[in-house]
Design a protein around this ligand. Structure first.
Ligand SMILES: [Cu+2]
Length: 102
């Protein structure tokens, strides 16, 4: 239940290609957002475990599989990425993204 790395620093305007490799035997996901938005969404997923979600700022990674997100950081500040599958977020499957001014 860990991201590696779990802290990423980027510059404003940079586009990052996140390539994920899931070396675990359960499904994981990576969702990029503000701390608040991720927290809210994690609560929602705990209430509705069967809910499916998909958006450009998230990707699912099958057990033993790979996946990727391309994301352009157009706001400076501190953001997070997390796996919002019930139990995973709560177990600390969270990372930090620092977007600094170019
Ligand atoms: Cu997970």
């Amino acid at each position: 239940m860990r991201f590696s790395p779990d802290r990423i620093e980027v510059r404003l305007g940079e586009t990052i290609r996140f390539v994920h490799r899931n070396v675990d035997n359960v499904l994981h996901e990576m969702v990029i957002g503000t701390k608040w938005a991720l927290h809210e969404h994690a609560e929602l997923m705990t209430k509705f475990p069967g809910m499916e979600h998909d958006a450009p700022w998230m990707t699912h990674v099958a057990p033993g599989g790979m996946s990727e997100i391309n994301w352009t950081f157009n706001r400076p500040g501190r953001f997070e990425f997390a796996c919002l599958i019930p139990g995973h977020y709560q177990a600390g499957m969270i990372g930090t993204i620092i977007v600094s001014q170019a």
